[in-house]
Structure formats: structure tokens, C-alpha cells
Design a protein around this ligand. Structure first.
Ligand code: BJ8
Length: 381
């Protein structure tokens, strides 16, 4: 695995440090809105002068408490997120003025009904297709959310406010994408473990401009290091594309482990990877339409059909010179588990080995995963 920089701040450290910043912001009267999904148009919160916090949980800790009200056979991300809310142990949930949910998978949308008993949860009705009718409906939901923010905070959010926020977020997408596209360099210039951990950790930094500065600086540093030490020196380490569910809660036992076993994770088709960042908001369109179009096109498996994800994976295999695809599916995530059939077919058509791991946030299956990763790497070599 490529070495981590000396000043590397782990995800858990960043989460802890973020608490204090968030507390200060809250005490200074900052508006804070909690979200659980890439489909939520965060530009509107920015335009309201607010800060968005992602509340998707990646820890096993609160799951037992959540299982008092939720079925055991449910996605760990949903159980952990609800468990933190129920046990009042997540400061980010605590500091949020209200929560924005969305009707993505069945588990999340039903969980939001329970969450609403703890803190106000505004649910955006996301259609599951991408035709004109769906876009019309989603545009209306965007406007409903816009109005909700205005009513909740007693403010007016102008078109100009939203335009400014769109420009800021489009720039952030570009910066993050450039960082993630470092994986296109061969040999790999940075570990996939570092890329993923860094981007997740940045979610606890409320200042978009600051987030961009940190990532731009690290991108420059990595390129300098690559040109001085790695360029022109071929590597025999297999290059892996990770796809599937959000992987923060399973990163240690999968991504870190496969890199320790001798591979390089160079690409991420996931919500904490490039998925949400490739398409920008088209500012030439009317504002709500532009937001609607951009967000409806996110290649998440809750969309049906979702062939654009297969096209994207296929392109990534070429652009990142991929040798193997590792799909991570969280336990009981039906949409990703079923769509895995198409992903496998896409890989087969490209002649690329594919491995599907279904797992949860526990450490119980670490040994088994390790054995499967070793066997997978043997099929590549
Ligand atoms: S846009 S990936 S963040 S829905 S919660 S679907 S893992 S069973 S998180 Fe997601 Fe939005 Fe899509 Fe991204 Fe499966 Fe679990 Fe549901 Fe999940």
C-alpha cells in the first residue's frame, strides 16, 4: 500500500475535530441541515446561508440500539444512522436544525418516518426513473425544498443566491474530481484508502472553500511526488475499481486490506467517489430545472433502469486501466445486490475479473473477506 502522509488525519480524528467547529458555528447562530444522500440538492442549503452535514453513519456502535425499533435484517448504514439519532450520540445530528430525507431505497424512506419522531425530517419524494415526467416531478420537489428552507428560517432565497451556490458547488466538484482522477496515473500515485478517507473526512469541514484548498494542495503534492519518484516506473500491482454502496463503514476490511495484499485501488464508482461529481449543474437552464436534471442523473441503483451506471463503469475500466472490479454491497441493500448482476455482466463483457462482497459494519467476516480478496487477486495475476 502506498505510504500515508505523516500528517494524515484519520476519518475518526476528523469527525471528532469537526464536532468542535460545528458547536462553534451553532453557537454563532449558523443554520445547519442534516442529510443522508447525494440526491439532496445541497446548493439550496448553501443559498440559505446554511451548512450541510452528512449524517450517513459508518460505525457499528449504535446498531444494537437501533435494532430495538428496526429489523435486524436491514442495511447497516440505515440502522447505524437511526441508532445515532435514537441514542442522541451524534453531535452532527444534535446540531442539525432539521433533517432532509429522500425516498431512495425502501429501508431509508421507512426509517425516516421513525426519525421524524426524534427530529423534524423533511422527505423529498425522489422518482425512480429519469424520463420527462420524472424530471417534472423532481423539479417540483426541488422547489418544495427551496420553499421549506425559506419557511423554516423565515428568509427569502433568491435566484442569485442559488446561482452563487451552484457555482461554488460546481467548483468543488471539479476540485474533488481532479483529486480522484489521480487514480488514472500509472503507476498509482496515492492509495485508494487515503483518497476515500480524506474525502469522507472533509465532510466534517463546514467551509467549502477550505475543503477545496486542502484537496488542491494534496493533489499538487501527489503529482509532484509521482513525477519525482514513480513516473515511468511500471508497477505490477493490480489496479482495482471499487463500486457499489457507500463504503466508509467497510473501508478497513476491504479497501485497506486489498491494498495491503498487493493491489492499488485507483477508482471509485460510489457516492463517496466520482459518482456525484462527474455531472455539473448546467447554469444555462432555469435554476430548479438545472438542479433537478443534475441530481436525477446520479447513477444510484435506486433508479430503474440504471444502465448509465454500466456505461460509466465500462468507461472507468478503460480510463483508469482497471484489472479487477470489487463490488461492495451492504447487507440487505436490495437495489445494489440485484444490480450487481448487470455490473458483473459489464465486467465480463470487458474481460475483467469481478468480485462481489456483501458485508456489514461488524468485524465478524474479516477473515472470510481476506480469503476471498486473496483468491480474487490470484485470478487477476
Ligand atoms: S445516491 S448510494 S447515498 S441512496 S441506505 S441504498 S446502501 S440499503 S446509501 Fe445511497 Fe443516496 Fe444512492 Fe448514494 Fe442500499 Fe443502504 Fe439503501 Fe444505501
Amino acid at each position: 500500500m502506498l505510504p500515508l502522509p505523516e500528517n494524515f488525519e484519520s476519518y475518526n480524528q476528523a469527525r471528532k475535530n469537526g464536532f468542535l467547529k460545528m458547536k462553534e458555528l451553532k453557537e454563532a447562530g449558523q443554520r445547519i441541515v442534516g442529510t443522508f444522500c447525494s440526491f439532496v440538492p445541497t446548493e439550496l442549503v448553501e443559498a440559505a446561508g446554511g451548512t450541510v452535514v452528512s449524517l450517513c453513519a459508518s460505525s457499528e456502535e449504535p446498531i444494537a440500539a437501533a435494532e430495538a425499533n428496526l429489523p435486524r435484517n436491514l442495511c447497516p448504514l440505515i440502522k447505524a444512522s437511526y441508532g445515532f439519532a435514537l441514542t442522541d450520540t451524534c453531535p452532527y445530528f444534535y446540531f442539525s436544525d432539521f433533517i432532509v430525507g429522500e425516498t431512495t431505497c425502501d429501508g431509508k424512506k421507512k426509517m425516516f418516518e421513525l426519525m421524524n419522531e426524534i427530529k423534524e425530517t423533511f422527505v423529498m419524494q425522489l422518482p425512480s426513473s429519469r424520463d420527462e415526467q420524472a424530471l417534472d416531478a423532481w423539479e417540483k420537489e426541488i422547489i418544495r425544498f427551496w420553499k421549506k428552507l425559506e419557511d423554516f428560517y423565515g428568509i427569502t432565497i433568491t435566484e442569485e443566491d442559488v446561482h452563487r451556490a451552484i457555482e461554488l458547488k460546481n467548483r468543488e466538484r471539479d476540485v474533488m474530481l481532479r483529486f480522484l482522477e489521480l487514480g488514472k496515473l500509472n503507476p498509482a500515485p496515492i492509495s485508494g484508502y487515503e483518497m476515500g478517507s480524506r474525502l469522507d473526512a472533509l465532510g466534517f469541514d463546514p467551509d467549502i472553500a477550505h475543503r477545496c484548498r486542502i484537496i488542491e494542495e494534496r493533489t499538487r503534492e501527489v503529482i509532484r511526488d509521482w513525477e519525482a519518484n514513480y513516473k515511468g516506473k511500471p508497477s505490477h500491482r493490480p489496479r482495482i475499481l471499487v463500486t457499489g454502496c457507500p463504503n466508509s463503514g467497510v473501508r478497513e476490511k476491504t479497501i485497506r486490506r486489498i491494498e495491503e495484499l498487493g493491489a492499488d485501488v485507483v477508482a471509485f464508482d460510489s457516492c463517496n467517489g466520482t459518482r456525484e461529481k462527474v455531472e455539473k449543474v448546467d447554469i444555462s437552464l432555469p435554476t430548479a430545472r438545472a438542479l433537478g436534471k443534475k441530481y436525477l442523473n446520479i447513477n444510484c441503483s435506486v433508479m430503474s433502469p440504471n444502465f448509465t451506471r454500466m456505461d460509466y463503469i465500462s468507461e472507468m475500466i478503460d480510463e483508469y486501466q482497471i484489472d479487477g472490479v470489487l463490488e461492495l454491497v451492504l447487507q440487505a441493500c436490495h437495489t445494489y445486490a440485484i444490480e450487481a448482476y448487470q455490473v458483473k455482466k459489464t465486467c465480463q463483457a470487458k474481460g475483467i475479473p469481478y468480485l462481489n462482497i456483501e458485508t456489514d459494519y461488524s468485524t465478524a467476516d474479516c477473515g472470510q473477506i481476506n480469503t476471498r480478496l486473496e483468491a480474487f487477486l490470484e485470478t487477476i495475476e
